[in-house]
Design a protein. Sequence first.
Length: 64
Amino acid sequence: MGKPDPAKVARLKPKKKCCKKKTRCLRCPVVVHRMQKLDLEHMSKKDARKALKQARKNPARVAR
């Protein structure tokens, strides 16, 4: 399994409900919405991957 393309994540159809796990899945509505808000066309691939990683983090489920 390869790394997901951040530009494709913004065009995915989101699931109905958010999974609320520590690392959200790619089709989570929160992740898709966060990626849609970014201007991925003007980002480098490296910055886009970092943005996707940040979008998938769930601050409510931080390891203690």
